[in-house]
Design a protein around this ligand. Structure first.
Ligand code: BG6
Length: 514
């Protein structure tokens, strides 16, 4: 186990120089799942940690006809069920007086007039300065109505230093291919300036994901070996035990490539592969990340056969519980060809990573929930302790565990105690939970705080969203041209299809078992 360095104080917050400001947060989709499971619990935890601004208001907007009281009750249930820290009655009583609700349909022009009156009254009653954040937790088809409605009602203004701030948070999915992503970006861009737009990829808010940059650029030992001379390959895995659950309609139209690879896995790739940015300025960091996306070698046409595998889960058991095959899940078409698993082998066309394969895989209904980045170093020469070709020494592997057991480990070879020259691989292991007593904040806590502070480092810029869709769209078109009627299957509760094993085994490598 590794412990915090003795005698070292924590360094000051180098990344965020701005403080979260008193503001009004207006959540479109306020009665939805995201608000109940993630957003309200995140705000409540910020309050418990004493980092929520001193004054604030949260207004949920949704179709459901709820009163403020109903909204507070359902928010409380959400916090009781999903909050990182337990509900404390005294704190909740304080928090809930800042929660409000307005019912209305997003495409109804009256909603925005009502919203304007309501927000102005709330701001006057609570003596808020008029800073506003609009959170669009709605399907992409509703983004245009919301932006236009806000503009028509005069609720939005372009940034200017003499007025209160006005920001918008856009939830995924931002499009389903390059063309639709461009359209959504253009729609939002007509109403908001790019500096006001915060596109969420919640993986960037995860503590362990942010640690990738710290690990690489706050330690001197990694950078010299972080390249094609020393690294054999990288595996990025995001496996989920849950099946499609109640999201059939969304998922049927989406699939694993759009749902997970286009955003979360490609962002992990960016952090692992980016060049050191010259400062922590949000745009400098985002420029460094986007260069990775731009250097992705396209996978086009028939290349999809060689570089990608898509599959669907069939009936099986996950953690001992029966799960139906994907095509038999409620709401899923019996001849669906939507992938619930995808594996990709990709290359970056740049100097640092020349010839290094990156293997990405993600799937639903797999053995367990586990995400990690594994950097495998090259084999040592076949001499000395590695002289026997029949029993090669296992390579060094640096694992960055993103969830659930956050931490990192390094596999190294050691001598077995005793008179023989025997070796054995051991793991040097660091666990966040052991090293730091406080549990890590949830991704949405950090992200909401950053929007209140106006720090866009952990958000997706328009060009990054479009660059990742440009690459993904190549794969999607290749798949479409295959005109398949069925996909390979993997039993629910397994590590994926044999086709994915073949993808990596044909290079003489294997997937890691997590
Ligand atoms: C979301 C996807 O973006 O991320 C879901 O839409 C997925 O399908 C989820 O389950 C995974 O997030 P996490 O934080 O649980 O790994």
């Amino acid at each position: 186990m590794i412990e915090p360095g003795q005698g070292h104080a924590f360094t000051p917050d180098t990344a965020r120089s701005l403080a979260a400001e008193p503001c009004t947060l207006i959540i479109f989709g306020g009665s939805g799942d995201l608000a109940r499971r993630k957003l309200v619990p995140a705000l409540y935890n910020l309050l418990l940690d004493g980092i929520l601004p001193p004054n604030y208001a949260v207004l949920g907007i949704g179709r459901k006809p709820l009163s403020d009281l109903d909204f507070r009750t359902s928010s409380r249930e959400g916090v009781e069920k999903y909050s990182r820290q337990a509900l404390v009655d005294r704190k909740w009583a304080e928090f809930e007086t800042h929660l409000f609700y307005l019912s209305g349909a997003i495409d109804d022009p009256d909603l925005y007039e009502n919203l304007k009156a309501r927000v102005e009254k709330m701001e006057a009653d609570l003596r808020l300065p008029g800073h506003r954040i609009f959170y669009l937790a709605v399907p992409p088809t509703s983004v245009a109505s919301a932006c236009e409605g806000l503009q028509r009602a005069g609720l939005v203004h372009r940034p200017d230093s003499s007025s209160p701030f006005c920001r918008v948070i856009v939830e995924k999915p931002i499009g389903r291919d390059l063309e639709s992503a461009r359209q959504i970006n253009a729609t939002v861009g007509k109403v908001f300036d790019e500096s006001q737009i915060f596109r969420i990829d919640h993986y960037l808010g995860k503590e362990t994901v942010q640690n990738i940059m710290v690990l690489r650029f706050a330690n001197s030992i990694f950078e010299p070996i972080w390249n094609h001379k020393y690294i054999d390959h990288v595996q990025i895995t995001v496996s989920e035990a849950e099946g499609v659950g109640t999201r059939a309609t969304y998922y049927e139209e989406t699939g694993a490539l759009r749902d997970m690879v286009q955003n979360h896995l490609l962002q992990l790739l960016c952090l692992v592969a980016m060049e050191p940015p010259y400062s922590l300025d949000p745009d400098v960091v985002r420029n460094a990340r986007i260069d990775v996306l731009r250097s992705l070698r396209p996978i086009l046409g028939k290349d999809v056969e060689q570089f990608t595998v898509r599959a669907q889960y069939s009936h099986g058991k996950v953690h001992g519980v029966d799960m139906p095959g994907y095509r038999r899940e409620p709401g899923i078409s019996s001849d669906s060809t939507t992938e619930t698993y995808v594996a990709v082998k990709l290359f970056l066309e740049d100097w640092r990573w020349a010839g290094v394969p990156f293997y990405l895989r993600t799937g639903k209904a797999m053995t367990k929930r586990a995400s990690e980045v594994a950097v495998q170093f090259k084999d040592i020469p076949q001499i000395l302790f590695n002289a026997n070709p029949a029993a090669p020494l296992p390579p060094n592997v640096l694992r960055l565990r993103i969830q659930p057991e956050e931490g990192m480990s390094l596999r190294i070879t050691c001598k077995v105690p005793g008179s023989k020259a025997q070796t054995y691989p051991v793991e040097m292991n660091f666990k966040y939970g052991d090293a730091f007593s406080a549990p890590s904040p949830e991704a949405y806590e950090r992200l909401l705080l950053d929007v209140m502070a106006g720090d866009a480092s952990l958000f997706m810029r328009r060009d990054a969203v479009e660059a990742s869709w440009a690459w993904i769209t190549g794969v999607l078109e290749g798949w479409q041209a295959q005109e398949v009627k069925w996909l390979p299957e993997y039993p629910a509760g397994s590590w994926g299809p044999v086709e994915a094993d073949r993808l990596i085994q044909s290079d003489g490598r294997t997937w890691r078992t997590l």
